[in-house]
Design a binder for this molecule. Sequence first.
Ligand SMILES: [Zn+2]
Length: 233
Amino acid sequence: MECWLSGPCIVISPHLDDGVFSCGELIAHMPGTVVATVLAGIPDPSPRVTGWDAAAGFDSAARAVACRRGEDRAALALLRARPRWLDFFDGQYAGSPRWEALVDGLDALLGAEDPHAVLFPAGLRHPDHVLVHRAMLAVRRRRPHGIWLMYEDALYRCLPGLMQLRLLALARQGLVATPVPAAPAGRLGRKRAAVECYRSQLRVLVSHARGYADALAPERYWRIDAAAENRFP
Ligand SMILES: [Zn+2]
């Protein structure tokens, strides 16, 4: 089945896994999609290791991110997508990136890739996801043209009320969110194989009550338009 999106797309992923967990089925229908992970910077070598990285089997942050880039490369190869890794740091290492640098960096990324459609996270619960969501809305104000699609962050979207609050916040900013069709059927097997490439993260997630089953549930997308430019009355 043909995908309803045509032309080059870019998926903005907060961490090294979110893009595939949330959009892998759609990405599998769009060869050549760029998956840009925003918080993929490799920290300086340090003996310090975070609780998350230790649970994932790592003994340093630098080795964790380097390994996770490798997992991302393998997953995206299965989906025939292309990775881009920005050098901002994951919040577990260094706190939030400087706001202006983040927005300018994302703006430059879109300028370089010139995508037909931009897919960005709803930004649910995790502070890094919220930050990337807000930064992408700031970039959208600079580049309002083209197709802007918000994806529901896998693993967080099933928590009660989070998507409801996000939609409410968008409405308060004068933005209209319209649901669009999910990915055509037939690529879930490929997505599953891609998800399984993120071995270090699955190792942590399986120990959580909810696991990672939501990453394999149907994906959901919303087209974002300013109220005045909404093309879906
Ligand atoms: Zn994440």
